[in-house]
Design a protein around this ligand. Structure first.
Ligand code: RP5
Length: 167
């Protein structure tokens, strides 16, 4: 097993249904990562300790997923100089809008890169982390370019299939 370079933290194990998308995306790029459940309000010391030791453990980027009044990403960002990428989870009666605003509206000084709500955001968080890693890894740049080419080909193939149904 290689040393994890991305850390994934989530406020509850119930967030894993969404955060699994970040894990599978990192897997598909061969990126080693660690996963932890720690809450900013239920286990604040555990979350802060994890953030404060992240860089010395070798992590290069952190993905934080949480729902409701989601202060986890901000708390983690306060404890590290690593880039923190936030995923708002739609686990509340407000369908994640509360988490989105909590994450994206960080006051100036402690940035959090906030993705879209839900699975799309979790996948983008992984891709964003990979883009951070790719600044020092040209093989990863090639893999990202391949990933985009594949998406492009899929859209073209879908269009071709759709066009046939219209004739
Ligand atoms: C947040 O509360 C978590 O990130 C989760 O999205 C939400 C609900 O947690 P559980 O009650 O399912 O543990 O802190």
């Amino acid at each position: 097993m290689s040393t994890p370079v991305v850390g994934i933290i989530m406020g509850s194990d119930s967030d894993m249904t969404i955060m699994r998308e970040a894990c599978t995306t990192l897997d598909s790029f061969g990126i080693a990562y660690e996963v932890i459940v720690a809450s900013a309000h239920r286990t604040p010391q555990r979350a802060t300790r994890w953030a404060e030791s992240a860089a010395e453990r070798g992590l290069k980027a952190i993905i934080a997923g949480a729902g409701w009044a989601a202060h986890l990403a901000g708390v983690i960002a306060a404890g590290t100089l690593l880039p923190v990428i936030a995923v708002p989870i739609d686990s509340s009666p407000l369908n994640g809008l509360d988490a989105l605003l909590s994450m994206v509206q960080m006051p100036a000084g402690i940035p959090v890169a906030t993705m879209a709500i839900g699975k799309g955001g979790a996948r983008n968080a992984a891709l964003f982390a990979i883009q951070v890693l790719a600044t020092a890894d040209s093989a990863l740049i090639d893999k990202l370019a391949d990933y985009r080419r594949t998406m492009e080909q899929q859209v073209i193939a879908k269009d071709a299939a759709l066009q046939k149904t219209l004739k």
